[in-house]
Design a protein around this ligand. Structure first.
Ligand code: AMP
Length: 582
């Protein structure tokens, strides 16, 4: 039997270890978690603490605890922990040895080799220090790979052909962006840029500042002892995590502080909008870094085929939104952003060990689910059925996401909530899965907040609920088989196939005057022509002329079997039809 090689993501905030098991990259857990916080400490009796225990100690005894050691790797600084002096390699070695032991306990065998990931910007000195840390921990570092390379391996292992990928990695304390080129199976980092002191911790700090401001406004200048400060920090991070999936987070801390000897509770509601405003400047900074990386790779936004999201902070919806706005592609995050670098390290380790390796498997939804709301079309016209995606396609399941909507009318006592599956901005073009109404809403001015929640479980059942935030009045429905339904495209292809099989007999009578081949394009075009003819009455003189011309062009193209001309005319006609129909 060949010796197992483990893959390690040695991160600034968190570290993970993974192996290949039955061809699949598999995370190894310890104490129920696959994430080991990169904290090392000594308790009051001199006992070594690593991971969660050390992290918990940090808030109370920072002098006995070390965090973010990765930032000191390759430097000559001495690290002090409980009054003792350590080299950065030694602290890192403690983390590596813990991961090695976790893997050995899981596998029931000794491990002596590892692949370790490092940031693309790490210098030779920093890489050497990482290698030494491995040696101190009793691990031969058979290969060190760049973190973006590992992420690309996790997503694109065995990709054929060329591809340019941007890896956007936003963790707890660091941000890196790398442009990666895949060519004939070789993955190469073309350029990298980042900020060693930007990450989720800064997001937390913004909420901490907000809470402190609120405390000051309400209670004046009061003393905040370290324990209360630690509670505020924790509550801020929790609120941040909640805001990734919900439009509001309520922060409640009982007996947080004392005023003139009397303890008091603290509570505050934070909306996602307020929070996003606080962190927007950080996201701006990451966008600037992206452009620097692109420039040094000699590329522009349109040269990027794909964006991969890495690091826990990329779960912040604003990150995905800003990237999508900039690149016009939906960033990929179906492989857990906390684990994808370790997945890639395990894949590399398995390849070196000569194991059979297959692509990372994830359970995702292939469709987008959402609801409709009053919105604006591209031309600024109001439209009541704008599709609002709530669970986007390729999101791992199970998943639960909430969004807030506002009633558009004063004293509106009823809302209808409709669930759709599809990708079209016009909800009416998507598949309607179900709907319900909530009656008896409060008689208040427009802007009453309704929280709509979509929850998709592992069995493909979609639960949709809506709640009036003010009163808690709620209603819900469950939709079975939400992901195995036929989508519209499949439906049309299938219809086309059936038409082909039936030949002339099954064709609509009006088809006699045109081409009878019955292929999908023709079927689509005929349906469009029919719709255009119905809308003719309400069209302006100019639009009418265009409609007549395009219908003629479509009929001619079908007769002549001219696919290009058919596609061109159908596209143009569908634009006018869409505009007239809305
Ligand atoms: P990493 O360094 O990649 O392990 O990322 C850790 C950072 O990700 C911490 O700042 C976490 O608070 C943050 N994080 C984890 N989950 C989420 C989430 N759902 N939404 C926003 N930030 C998150």
């Amino acid at each position: 039997m060949t010796e197992k090689i483990i893959g390690i993501d040695l991160g600034t905030t968190n570290s993970e270890v993974a192996i290949i098991n039955n061809g699949q990259a598999t995370m190894i857990s310890s104490d129920g978690s696959v994430i080991l916080p990169s904290y090392v400490g000594l308790d009051s009796e001199g006992k070594l603490l690593v991971g969660e225990a050390a992290r918990n100690q940090y808030t109370v005894y920072p002098e006995r605890t070390v965090k973010s050691i990765k930032r000191s790797m390759g430097g000559s600084d001495k690290i002090f922990m409980a009054g003792q002096e350590y080299a950065p390699q030694e602290i890192s070695a403690i983390i590596l040895k813990t991961l090695k032991k976790i893997a050995e306990n899981h596998l029931g065998e000794k491990i002596s080799k590892a692949v370790i990931t490092v940031p693309a910007y790490f210098s030779d000195g920093q890489r050497q220090a990482t290698r030494e840390a491995g040696e101190i921990a009793g691990l031969e570092v058979v290969k060190m790979i760049n973190e973006p390379t590992a992420a690309a391996l996790a997503y694109e292992y065995n990709h054929q052909g060329g591809k340019r990928i941007m890896v956007y990695d936003l963790g707890g304390g660091t941000f890196d962006v790398s442009v990666v080129q895949i060519e004939e199976g070789v993955i190469e980092v073309m350029a990298s840029h980042g900020n060693n002191h930007l990450g989720g911790d800064d997001f937390d700090q913004k909420i901490v500042d907000h809470i402190r401001r609120a405390l000051k406004e309400e209670h004046g200048n009061i003393d905040i002892p370290p324990e209360a400060a630690a509670r505020i920090e924790r509550a801020s991070e929790v609120a941040k995590l909640i805001l990734s999936d919900n439009p509001f987070a309520s922060i409640k801390e009982e007996f947080l502080l004392e005023k003139k000897g009397v303890p008091f509770h603290f509570s505050l509601e934070l909306s996602r909008d307020e929070y996003e405003e606080m962190i927007d400047p950080f996201i701006d900074e990451t966008m600037e870094a992206i452009h620097i990386a692109l420039k040094s790779a000699g590329l522009t936004v349109s040269d990027i085929d794909e964006i991969l999201l890495v690091g826990g902070s990329t779960r912040t919806p604003l990150v995905g939104r800003r990237l999508e706005e900039e690149f016009a592609v939906q960033p990929r995050s179906e492989i857990d952003p906390d684990l994808c670098v370790a997945d890639g390290a395990a894949i590399q380790a398995g390849m070196i060990a000569g194991e059979e390796v297959s692509a990372v498997l994830v359970d995702i939804t292939p469709y987008t689910f959402g609801t409709s709301a009053l919105g604006e079309l591209d031309d600024g016209m109001p439209y009541p059925f704008m599709f609002v995606p709530i669970i986007k396609k390729n999101t791992p399941i199970p998943v639960r996401k909430s969004e807030v909507f506002f009633t558009p009318f004063d004293n509106q006592e009823v809302v209808e909530v409709c669930a759709y599956q599809g990708e079209n901005n016009d909800a009416k073009q998507n598949i309607e899965l179900g709907k319900f109404t909530i009656k008896g809403l409060s008689k208040v001015p427009a802007g009453n907040e309704i929280i709509t929640t979509f929850e998709l479980d592992k069995d493909g059942i979609l639960h949709v609920s809506a709640m009036e935030k003010k009163t808690g009045l709620a209603k819900d429905i469950s939709i079975d088989n939400a992901i195995s339904r036929f989508d519209k495209e499949n439906m049309e292809t299938a219809r086309g196939k059936i038409v082909d099989l039936f030949g002339e007999e099954d064709e609509a009578p009006q088809a006699d005057s045109v081409n009878k081949s019955g292929n999908v394009e023709n079927v689509k075009a005929m349906a469009l022509v029919e719709k255009a003819e119905r809308l003719m009455a309400q069209a302006s003189v100019e639009d009418k002329e265009d409609l007549v011309d395009l219908i003629e062009q479509i009929n001619d193209a079908m007769k002549a079997g001219d696919k290009n001309s058919l596609a061109e005319a159908t596209d143009e006609l569908s634009e006018i039809v869409f505009y007239l129909d809305s």
